[in-house]
Design a protein around this ligand. Structure first.
Ligand SMILES: [Fe+2]
Ligand SMILES: [Fe+2]
Length: 143
């Protein structure tokens, strides 16, 4: 049994309150679940690499959208948040690079768990820190 395989379910507590951001976060969760299931089913490594690549591409576009939004709304910690995205992006690439080495199924399980944990931590900790700021009406923020 793969220790990392547990489906993540979207809950309202994960909501940032911005529909586009929530939609992208929901999509991430389903991508991560897909990766997790593929690893648990011991799918072909090329299939798993493709899923990791998809997560990386989606992450980049989501991070760009989020950074644009935070800049537009004048979020004071926008630069810190961009740095957190850059770090996460490089960790995701590290996982993909590591995946090119021949390894056992247990190593895949660890990588899947790592990706899942990194993304969840970011949504629940880092993204949550801009949540209250963005929930204020734009007029209050602009002044
Ligand atoms: Fe996010
Ligand atoms: Fe973020």
């Amino acid at each position: 049994m793969n220790p990392s395989h547990s489906t993540i379910r979207w809950t309202d507590s994960m909501s940032i309150g911005i529909p586009d951001v929530d939609e992208e976060h929901r999509r991430f969760i389903s991508r991560v679940n897909e990766l997790d299931a593929a690893i648990a089913a011991r799918k072909d490594r090329r299939e798993i690499e493709r899923l990791i690549q998809d997560i990386i591409h989606e992450a980049r576009s989501h991070f760009d959208d989020e950074e644009r939004l935070l800049a537009e709304r004048g979020y004071p910690d926008a630069r810190l948040h961009s740095a957190q995205h850059a770090r996460l992006n490089s960790l995701l690439w590290d996982v993909l690079r590591m995946s090119y080495a021949a390894e056992s199924g247990d190593d895949w399980a660890k990588k899947g768990l790592l990706i899942k944990q990194m993304l969840l931590d970011h949504f629940q900790l880092d993204d949550n820190s801009y949540r209250h700021f963005l929930r204020q009406p734009p007029a209050m923020v602009a002044r």
